[in-house]
Each structure stands twice: as structure tokens, then as C-alpha cells.
Design a protein around this ligand. Structure first.
Ligand code: PRX
Length: 635
């Protein structure tokens, strides 16, 4: 029996038991047989959730790009590694073979070195979904630089915050990006961000939309001429297993975004392992994940996991709606996609359109369908299962997080029987548990509580960049000796997990994690605003949308509310990005607060969701009268 590739349910249970009984032996065997190490580890696992400190494969040396590229060259050099499908369906798709990827990554790595980037330096990558993005990521990994990819939909302020937090030396960007029928001036956003980023020495600019842009002397350089001059050969930097591979920012319920730090060896082993099993990838398959590489899903399951398995991974530049609502299905037909991985919000949006967009396309290549990022509702699950999978392709509802690095709870297709809305069973090596309000683990089934993990796994984030204390407080302080996920979950009679949603102030809008604090800070910057509170409310496409309660300063002036709403959303767009805009803004004279001054978001959430049947006892509030006022004026 192979631990690496699970094919049946009985096998899963056997492997799972082994992974819990002998975790070190389990991961050691996988690491040994399926990866290329330059030096073997001294110890498989060292851990202490109190500190917290977790080290996998300590003492081992490797370079992840040798695992993702070099070792495939002999057998698969001419195989497509990355299949680039452009925004415009009339532009030709680009097949980048493993041989070509090797050369492109080396050229890029040599350019980085020539600009003074070395091991441990941070490089910010702010690029659209073009091949340069994947190549830049791998080029950093090749030379041991730490990449910090910032999703190219974030605003200049959000970008500069992230650059400064990691003290990046370089930004890699493009003149602009295509997004459906629109173009976005990325370089303009970078220029604005860099006004407040003293650590940046160089900006490399890829040409994508051929727009007129400003190139700052002594700082900005076009990428392509540098690549053309660089050597296509290069040695990979040998890294320790626990050296940082990348930083990726994620929102917290309070404060600035957290730079989650992922390290090299464990991350590689776990993302490759889960890719193989969750998607049942076989040689020759074409795999497509529609996420952006700016998110963890793209890091782990467009770049590292697939390439470590020598897979063909599709990179899609466009959007599901351009030039029509059938684009996803057209791409699946065109490239004969076998595994398709997307977000519930996309499925819900597509399910609203006439089925004729799907019907004209041959989707018979599909074998496995996946979802990620938020709970999938039953209706969307069935639509996906019936119309896309034709009831033949199992749906893997994969639960995980930026912090976990890889998929934690998911069916294994053709092995685990699926049930709509259930992420089902933990992956081998993952030991989830549910905690009650007294901090006790709930044993037995069924159960409902807060989802924690009680044993380390190889791809867990090791710290928050520059703030280990915050890492400890956020993830390891709520429950003794456990990693707390921030999610609630239930476990049914058979042990299947269903994720019920966040239990903190993080709101997931269209699959994007948004913390309330930075949005409220942006709103409060408006000169007319005294105070604000954001909550989520159910939305039939986005899953959740944002509802803002805003108290205006008393100036005696009568302000136009519609204009104020526009200005507030404009501020949010500038400070964070359009994804964080509010759907509804209600102006109010007060916010319900406890006597200690804490905003009662639970009440605001219920009112915004039009669910006021059980608001609980409001009489103990500091200002119970505002509850009625807010209810009377709800939007
Ligand atoms: O609330 C969970 C939700 O997304 C959160 C993690 O978001 P992020 O770090 O941006 O990573 C998203 C992609 C891995 C989780 O805490 N979430 C993710 N997957 C699911 C989910 N909720 C329900 N079902 C899922 N399959």
C-alpha cells in the first residue's frame, strides 16, 4: 500500500490511522520516497505549541524549485508545466513546458541576483495572472529570496502596508492588467504605494497591456530586456527545510494584516501530498484552479503542489464573465480539463445565468470538481454536481486556510462518499477537534463547537512576520495546546465535518477574508464620520456582503446620504480595494454597546440579516434605545 496515493476508503482509514499513530514515521516515508533532498533531516518533527514552535525535517537541505522543475526534466521536459489561458479568448494560449520553465525561472533568478537580491531578502510581487507571476515566485524560491505576493486587486495603501511590514527590497509588477473588458493601471498603483516605501530599491516591470507608464529613473526597469540578456542556467540556492519560503498576508479580526510565514520543506511535502490525493492527479491530466496566485490557494494549488507532482497546471488571466458567462466551460472544453477547482461564489454567480451557457460545451473530460474558500450551500453544490459534473465527478469541498498552507479537511475523490456542504474527513496527518465554550474538547459524535487542530502538520505557518507574540495570541492562546482556526464546525454521527463559518470578526465576502478593523478604520477617516461598525449579512452570490453602520459627526449640517455612501466606498477602495466595498450603509445615531464600551456586533449582525426574532436581552446595554432605532431604519 502506498501512503502517497490513496485510492480507496479502507486505504484512507488505514493511512489515516498510521499518520496519527506514528506521525514522524508516516511523514518521513513520504518525504523520503517522493522528494529530492540535498541533505537528509536530523529530526522529522520538533514541536511545542506553548512557545509555539514547530519544525519539520530540521537539518534537511533542499531547494523547492529543484523539486518542482529540475527533477522532472529527464522524463517530462517537453510536457506542459504551465498552460496560460489569456483574458481574451482570441489571444493564443501559451504552453510552457518543464524545459522552458526551467530556463525562464533561471533567467528570472539571474536577473534578481543581478539586482542585488539574495537569500532571505523579501521581494514583493504585484502582478496579474500572467506567466511572469508564477515564474517570479519560482525565481525567488530558486535563489532563496522570500516572496510576498500581493493580490493585484489591492489598493496602493494596502500594497504599501504589506511592502513596509516585510521591508521588501524590490517590487515586481506590470504596466497594467486586463480584467474582462477593462484594464487596470497597476504601475500607477505601485508608484503611489512606493511614495511611502523607503525599503524599495528596484521595480521590475513586465509589459502586458502596452500602456503609457511612468518609469522612475534609477528605480524602474523593464523586465523583458533583462530576461533576454540573462543566462538560462543557474544553480539553485540550497535552503534549510525551515528557511522561510514566502510571506502571505491575511486579514485578522483586528489590526493590520498578518504576514503568515511559510517555510520550505514541510510546505513542499504537504502541498504536494494533498494535491495528489485531493485531486487524484494522474500523469497526463490537465488541472485547473481558477484562484489567483495572490491568495494561498494559488500558491499551494496552482504553483507548488501541482508542479511538485510534475502536473500540467492552468493559469487563467480572465474572469468567469468575459466575454460571456460560458467562459469557464469554454476553457474546460478547449484544454480538456480533468480537475477543476473554484470558489462557491463563482458557482453561485454562474448558476444564476441560463443553463444554455453550460449546455453548448463538452465537459466530458472532467473527473474531479473542487470548491474552496467558504461554505458551499446545498443549492450551489447540486447545481455544480448536476450541470458541471453530470453526477459523475465527485465534488471535493476542501476546508483550509492561509495559515494551514494546505488542504486540511476534504473528501478524497472516489474514496470518500460526499455529502453536500460537508468537507467530510481530515487529511492524513491532520488531527482536528471541536472545543466547547469552557475550553474542553467535545468527544463523541455528533458534536458542534470551535474547530481546532491538536497536532502539528508539515505546512502550518510558523509565525507572523515580525510578530511572533501575535502568532501565539491569535492561534495558540484560546485553547491550551491547540491551534485555533477561528472557524466553527459540526461533526456528524459518522465523523464528517461541516464548517459552519467564522466565529470571529473576519467576514468572508466572495471567498475573500476581510477583517472588520481595517475597513472601519478606512470609513472613520471620512471627515464626516464619528464611528462605524461593519458586519456581514447573507448574500446569494457573495455568500456574505458587508453592512456598515455609521455614526456621523454632529455638525448641524444636512449631508446628502447618497453622496456620503459613495465617498465612504471610495475611501474603502483607496485604502483596501474594491473587494471590501460595503453593499449597504445605514446612518445611525448610535451603536449598541456593552457597559464596558464594546460594540455588540451580534445584535448588529442579526439586524442586518433581518433576523430579529431572538436578539437576546438588550436591557443591560449601555444604550438599549438605539437597537429599536436601528431596527426601524434597517436597509
Ligand atoms: O472560514 C474558513 C473559510 O475560509 C477561511 C480561510 O480563508 P483564507 O485564509 O483566505 O483561505 C481561503 C482558501 C484556503 C477559513 O477559516 N473556508 C475555507 N475553505 C472553506 C471555508 N469555509 C467552509 N468550507 C470550506 N471548504
Amino acid at each position: 500500500m502506498s501512503y502517497y496515493h490513496i485510492k480507496h476508503l479502507e486505504e484512507y482509514f488505514q493511512v489515516y490511522r498510521k499518520s496519527v499513530r506514528d506521525p514522524e514515521i508516516f511523514w518521513e516515508e513520504i518525504a523520503e520516497e517522493h522528494f529530492l533532498w540535498r541533505k537528509r533531516w536530523d529530526k522529522v518533527l520538533n514541536w511545542d505549541f506553548n512557545k509555539p514552535e514547530v519544525k519539520w525535517f530540521e537539518g534537511a537541505q533542499l531547494n523547492i524549485t529543484e523539486n518542482c522543475i529540475d527533477r522532472h526534466l529527464a522524463a517530462k521536459g517537453d510536457k506542459t508545466a504551465i498552460l496560460f489561458e489569456p483574458n481574451d479568448p482570441n489571444e493564443v494560449a501559451v504552453h510552457i513546458t518543464y524545459n522552458e520553465l526551467y530556463e525562464r525561472v533561471n533567467r528570472f533568478a539571474n536577473v534578481l541576483k543581478s539586482k542585488g537580491i539574495g537569500k532571505g531578502d523579501r521581494v514583493c510581487i504585484y502582478l496579474p495572472m500572467i506567466p511572469e507571476l508564477a515564474v517570479a515566485v519560482l525565481a525567488c524560491a530558486r535563489i532563496g529570496a522570500i516572496h510576498s505576493v500581493v493580490f493585484a486587486g489591492f489598493s496602493a495603501t494596502a500594497l504599501s502596508t504589506r511592502i513596509n511590514d516585510a521591508e521588501c527590497k524590490m517590487v515586481i509588477t506590470s504596466d497594467g492588467s486586463f480584467r474582462g473588458a477593462k484594464t487596470i493601471d497597476l504601475k500607477g498603483i505601485v508608484d503611489e504605494a512606493l511614495e511611502t516605501c523607503p525599503s524599495i530599491e528596484t521595480v521590475l516591470v513586465a509589459k502586458r497591456i502596452n500602456s503609457e507608464i511612468n518609469m522612475k529613473a534609477d528605480r524602474d526597469e523593464w523586465l523583458q530586456p533583462l530576461l533576454d540578456k540573462a543566462s538560462p542556467e543557474g544553480e539553485a540556492e540550497i535552503m534549510n527545510a525551515e528557511d522561510p519560503l514566502f510571506i502571505l498576508y491575511t486579514s485578522g479580526s483586528t489590526g493590520q494584516p498578518k504576514g503568515m510565514v511559510h517555510t520550505t520543506g514541510g510546505y513542499m511535502v504537504y502541498t504536494a501530498y494533498t494535491f495528489k490525493n485531493v485531486f487524484q492527479y494522474n500523469d497526463g491530466d490537465v488541472y485547473w484552479c481558477t484562484a489567483d496566485i495572490g491568495w494561498i490557494t494559488g500558491h499551494s494549488y496552482i504553483v507548488y503542489g501541482p508542479l511538485a507532482n510534475g502536473a500540467t497546471t492552468v493559469m487563467f488571466e480572465g474572469v468567469p464573465t468575459y466575454p460571456h458567462w460560458g467562459r469557464f466551460w469554454q476553457v474546460i472544453e478547449k484544454h480538456k480539463v480533468n480537475q477543476f477547482y473554484t470558489a462557491p461564489t463563482a458557482i453561485r454567480a454562474l448558476a444564476k445565468e441560463p443553463l444554455s451557457h453550460v449546455e453548448g460545451h463538452d465537459l466530458s473530460s472532467l473527473k474531479v470538481l473542487g470548491t474552496v474558500g467558504e461554505p458551499i450551500n446545498e443549492e450551489a453544490w447540486h447545481w455544480y454536481n448536476d450541470n458541471i459534473g453530470k453526477m459523475r465527478s465527485p465534488i471535493v469541498d476542501t476546508w483550509w486556510q492561509t495559515e494551514t498552507g494546505g488542504i486540511m479537511i476534504s473528501p478524497i475523490p472516489f474514496a470518500t462518499p460526499t455529502i453536500p456542504t460537508f468537507a467530510t474527513l481530515p487529511m492524513p496527518g491532520i488531527q482536528p477537534c471541536l472545543m466547547d465554550e469552557n475550553g474542553e474538547e467535545i468527544k463523541g459524535n455528533p458534536a458542534q463547537g470551535r474547530l481546532c487542530v491538536k497536532f502539528p502538520w508539515p505546512s502550518m505557518a510558523r509565525t507572523i512576520w515580525g510578530n511572533h507574540q501575535r502568532y501565539k495570541e491569535t492561534y495558540f492562546s484560546a485553547y491550551d495546546q491547540k491551534y485555533f482556526t477561528g472557524d466553527g464546525a459540526l461533526r456528524d454521527q459518522t465523523g464528517y465535518y461541516r464548517i459552519t463559518g467564522r466565529v470571529d470578526d473576519v467576514i468572508i465576502v466572495s471567498g475573500h477574508n476581510l477583517g472588520t478593523a481595517p475597513i472601519e478604520d478606512a470609513i472613520n477617516e471620512h471627515q464626516a464620520v464619528a464611528e462605524s461598525a461593519i458586519v456581514g449579512f447573507p448574500h446569494d452570490v457573495k455568500g456574505n456582503a458587508l453592512y456598515g453602520y455609521v455614526i456621523l459627526k454632529e455638525t448641524g449640517e444636512d449631508r446628502n446620504q447618497e453622496n456620503l455612501r459613495k465617498e465612504i466606498n471610495q475611501l474603502i477602495t483607496e485604502r483596501i480595494g474594491p473587494i471590501a466595498k460595503l453593499d449597504k450603509i445605514q446612518f445611525t445615531s448610535g451603536l449598541p454597546k456593552t457597559r464596558s464600551g464594546k460594540i455588540m456586533r451580534r445584535i448588529l449582525r442579526k439586524i442586518a440579516s433581518k433576523d430579529t426574532s431572538n436578539l437576546g436581552d438588550t436591557s443591560t446595554l449601555l444604550n438599549p434605545e438605539v437597537v429599536q432605532e436601528i431596527m426601524d431604519n434597517v436597509l
